[in-house]
Design a protein around this ligand. Structure first.
Ligand code: KG4
Ligand code: ZN
Length: 333
């Protein structure tokens, strides 16, 4: 079964064709990052306009690269939530028009369910149930994935998402947007024991995260150093900060695994590209855990993951009609 996936929730216009939820026949991503960089973050209005301009060509290329026409597609899966509303609306309306004109089924896909499904593409043997750490620019969740379409959030961030925490600290250290990847690269050359940073915990909610205090600690440290005319070693600070964020993620993830008595762990979302997080997860394999991660090309936003999840949603009849609307926020369950 061939599913066409469409993704426009943030600053990537993407379309892909995936066969039977696992085999990528094509994947096209038009990134707007360069354009948003000068503003230090995504400008929603610009994102929507660029999606409008790119969506047709990106979808046409995805079909062409797969060697298929719309007639060979079984259903059209589209990200309908969560994300920037104006950006989501472009993908949703394009998918609705295409579904109507081609007579194909329309399948709404939650963006974070898509991130989780990137693992089905990379790890062909992976099947639910498992425990998943979803860490992106907008979300940090610990999710019990009971089935392909049955998911329960058991831990979440109370303030910043992990990706956001990386980006904001990176910006304070003078790195360009999106800073997470730059901070990760520079941290590889730093000493993570030089700067002492807090490990904030959420009282009475051991599986929840809070990153804003950690981010503020870094910003204060930089301001104090500037006022005193002291030099900050950015590589050491990046390494210390990255270790603090990854410690917090790993602590809660392992606590959740103990509570649920599971050893099957999966990670997803843009931050799953983080080198330290991947190393720390890989180390768990020697301790009796089964660990699954998306390949690096599937960690960030893409439409192959939307088509993969769309396949499983379609199998259980989770389709929509022309009343489908986009939602800026929507729970994953
Ligand atoms: O999942 P994603 O592509 O978009 C959202 O759904 O939000 O995640 C983007 C986030 C950004 O905050 C970006 O800085 C972060 O993932 N990111 C990283 C790395 N690569 C991307 N954070 C830390 N280390 C990385 N290597
Ligand atoms: Zn994403």
């Amino acid at each position: 079964m061939n599913i066409l996936g469409i993704e426009t929730s943030c600053d990537e216009t993407a379309a892909a064709v995936v066969k039977d939820g696992r085999e990528v026949l094509s994947s096209v991503i038009a990134s707007q990052v360069e354009e948003h960089k000068i503003y230090g973050g995504v400008v929603p209005e610009i994102a929507s306009r660029r999606h409008c301009e790119a969506i047709f060509a990106v979808t046409e290329k995805a079909l062409g690269d797969a060697g298929l026409s719309i007639a060979d597609i079984d259903a059209i899966a589209v990200t309908y939530a969560p994300g920037l509303i104006g950006a989501l609306l472009v993908g949703v309306n394009f998918a609705k028009g295409l579904a109507l004109s081609s007579g194909k089924e329309l399948v709404p896909v939650h963006h974070l369910r898509g991130h989780i499904a990137s693992n089905y593409i990379t790890n062909k043997e992976l099947e639910p149930p498992f425990l998943c750490l979803v860490v992106s620019g907008g979300h940090s969740h610990i999710i019990e994935v009971e089935s392909y379409v049955g998911l329960k959030v058991i831990g979440r961030t109370r303030d910043d998402a992990a990706g956001e925490a990386f980006d904001k600290a990176a910006r304070a250290m003078g790195m360009p947007y999106p800073g997470g990847i730059h901070l990760d690269e520079i941290a590889e050359r730093g000493n993570d024991t030089v700067y002492k940073l807090p490990r904030p915990r959420v009282e009475n909610a051991p599986l929840d995260f809070s990153f804003s205090g950690l981010k503020t600690a870094v910003i204060n440290l930089l301001h104090n150093a500037e006022q005193k005319g002291e030099r900050v070693n950015v590589a050491d600070l990046a390494a210390s900060y990255r270790k603090a964020v990854v410690d917090l993620l790993m602590d809660n993830f392992l606590l959740a695994a103990r509570e649920l008595n599971t050893n099957k762990l999966v990670v997803a979302g843009g931050v799953s590209a983080n080198r330290l997080l991947r190393r720390r997860l890989a180390e768990l394999e020697d301790k009796g855990f089964e660990v699954y991660m998306p390949s690096l090309d599937l960690c960030g936003d893409n439409a192959a993951m939307i088509a993969a999840q769309g396949y499983y949603e379609f199998l259980v009849g989770n389709t929509a009609g022309m009343e489908l609307n986009a939602r800026a926020q929507r729970d994953i369950s």
